[in-house]
Ligand binder design. Structure first.
Ligand code: CTP
Ligand code: MG
Length: 587
């Protein structure tokens, strides 16, 4: 799809599967309005009957008795009202369901697409911004389909039908009635532009206010610990006040719109009354026709007063549609390969890696590292040295700018993501737990695991004991991101989850940093057992965590500077041995 074609065109092509519904719904909207405009004509005919009796319009059609004429009129009225109501029901059902379906589909495709985008893209986005697209923008479209589309169609129908009737009855009068319409349409459009700017400000202010509230609520501990409540109230007050002011300025303008339109309609109405009235006095216009004209001009009023609002709805929907569709058009940077390894043995090789985050200094300057299948490798290095990044490159959360990463001798770019990521169990430095029970969170690693497997992994992760002491045991809710658990408890659930995944490669990135020494020692023993038949990578600042690894790599200034077993590295008297001395208090 071409990005710069009109959002409406893009929207239609997005909704092409619902073409039939759109056409049907539009038809019902138009028909509803059409019949809705009939009563003034019926009134005109009734007046005509009273005034002219046998010579009336209906009389000319063959029903000479005026009493019969009224019966026919009543029958007509009933039919018309029933038709109007039926079409109203159908257009409401069709448009509203379409709006809900379109909203649902758009949200789902946006979410699916977002999930596939690479980490680099995410680092350029804010959660608030993405939420706004998936909620507000998608909802905006729903509001337009729900109401705006019908409004636009019905205004057009009104102008055409009313204009048509008038031209039929009295062309001179019709011109007077139609003159204000283009002025009102153009005026509404310009008005909407101006108010649009003010609404944009309102939206910006509410976004600021929301992100402030959001931040404060999740950071409430920090606020309390700094006794910053007063300061925060002041900040929220200021943001809320700016929001209120922005709204007030929009209200001032928008409130003047309907009265202005009413004045414009006044012109059409009085002109018709006057010119039509004179024509009726002169006998050039029948009484019935005159009534029709006077009543039907009224019908122009309401749809036109809504025009500004409808344009507004339309503009917002188009802006939102463009944002959502732009998101859907964002290229997925990480393209997966099609090779799938039957049984991954866990040989990993980083070859002459060069990588930098966007706009940052390079993290590696030609880093090479080979990890043998079944080996346990410790990685240490100062904070920010690039340990976590190395694992991101292994999992293809990013791709390196130069060099390559290989799994079992195959470039990871050639593998399917299912094969690559499926063969790595990661306990990341920033574990995320999901709202749900303790059991749900462990099962995340392997949704179809048996009870025995779940218990076994909780055992290995040293999590059994604390799970038992929780109020609802395995069914205890962990809260948003596990905030109802301690840091160490969260980590152990994350380990259990990774253990349950039972992948050929296990990566522990600061996975035991939050547990006490005793628990860590216990965890180490179980991890050692676990690492027997798989490649294990342990990243840690606490050197005792990696001490027993087969080999330890020291990551420093963009490359591996030292490599060997704990004893060998101590012998080397390099960075590792200095760190060891500091940590054990020997220095
Ligand atoms: N970095 C970045 N953008 C990111 C993540 C990291 O620019 N999205 C930078 C960091 O500022 C750091 C470098 O990349 O300078 C390496 O980060 P990382 O691999 O996370 O470092 P670690 O060695 O894992 O550091 P720590 O021990 O603190 O976890
Ligand atoms: Mg890290």
């Amino acid at each position: 799809m071409v990005k710069d074609s009109h959002p409406l065109t893009r929207l239609f092509s997005q909704l092409r599967d619902h073409r039939v519904t759109i056409i049907l719904a539009s038809f019902c909207s138009v028909m509803n309005k059409f019949w809705d405009l009939a009563p003034p004509v019926l009134i005109g005919i009734a007046v005509d009957v009273v005034a002219l009796r046998e010579e009336s319009f209906l009389g000319d059609m063959g029903w000479s008795d005026p009493r019969d004429q009224f019966l026919i009129l009543v029958a007509l009225t009933v039919v018309i009202w029933v038709l109007e109501s039926l079409f109203e029901y159908f257009y409401a059902v069709l448009w509203r369901n379409l709006a809900q379906t379109a909203q649902h589909e758009l949200r789902m495709s946006a979410y699916k697409h977002i999930q596939d985008l690479e980490m680099r893209w995410f680092s350029e986005q804010t959660t608030g911004g993405l939420m706004a697209i998936m909620n507000d923008d998608v909802n905006q479209l729903e509001r337009f389909l729900d109401q705006g589309a019908t409004d636009l169609l019905q205004v057009a129908t009104t102008v055409i039908v009313v204009g048509g009737i008038m031209f039929y009855i009295a062309p001179e009068v019709a011109i007077l009635a139609i003159i204000p319409v283009p002025i009102i349409v153009i005026g509404s459009f310009m008005f909407q532009r101006r108010i649009g700017e003010r609404y944009t400000r309102v939206r910006e202010e509410v976004a600021d206010l929301n992100s402030l509230l959001n931040n404060n609520l999740s950071g409430i501990t920090t606020i309390k610990s700094f006794t910053a409540e007063e300061r925060e109230i002041e900040r929220v007050r200021a943001a809320s006040e700016t929001y209120r002011k922005a709204n007030q300025s929009a209200i001032r303008l928008s409130a003047s719109f309907v009265p202005l339109i009413r004045m414009a309609i006044l012109f059409a109405f009085t002109a018709n009354m006057l010119v039509g009235g004179w024509m009726a006095l002169d006998g050039r216009l029948s009484i019935g026709a005159y009534s029709v004209i006077v009543f039907i001009t009224q019908r122009l009023l309401w749809p036109l007063t809504r025009l500004g609002q409808t344009f507004d709805l339309y503009q917002r929907a188009m802006a939102s549609t463009a944002r959502v569709l732009d998101l859907l058009d964002t290229d997925i940077g990480i393209v997966e390969g099609d090779v799938s390894i039957e049984r991954v043995s866990g040989d990993i090789e980083f070859l002459d890696l060069g990588f930098s985050y966007q706009g940052r200094e390079p993290v590696y300057k030609g880093l090479s590292l080979k990890i043998n299948s079944g080996e346990t490798l410790g990685i240490v290095g100062s904070t920010g040295a690039g340990k976590t990044t190395l694992m991101s490159l292994l999992m293809r959360l990013h791709d390196p700018q130069s060099g390559s990463v290989k799994l079992d001798g195959i470039d990871v770019r050639d593998l399917t993501l299912e094969c690559l990521r499926g063969s790595i169990a990661l306990v990341s430095q920033n574990t995320t737990l999901f709202p749900g029970s303790v059991r749900d969170n462990i099962l995340y690693g392997k949704p179809n695991a048996t009870e025995e497997e779940v218990l076994n992994s909780a055992n290995i992760a040293e999590a059994m004991e604390f799970i038992r002491t929780l109020p609802d045991g395995w069914e205890t809710e962990v809260g948003e991101d596990g905030h109802r658990l301690s840091g160490g408890q969260r980590q152990r659930l994350a380990i259990a989850r990774a253990v349950l995944k039972d992948a050929p490669i296990l990566v522990l990135d600061e996975a035991t940093s939050n547990v006490d020494n005793e628990t860590e020692a216990a965890l180490q023993r179980s991890i050692e057992k676990l690492s027997k038949n798989r490649t294990t990578i342990i990243i840690a600042h606490r050197l005792s965590t990696v001490r027993n690894a087969d080999r330890i790599a020291v990551l420093d200034s963009g490359g591996i500077t030292e490599m060997g077993s704990h004893d060998e590295l101590i012998q080397l008297s390099g960075l590792y041995s200095r760190l060891w001395a500091v940590q054990t208090g020997v220095a």
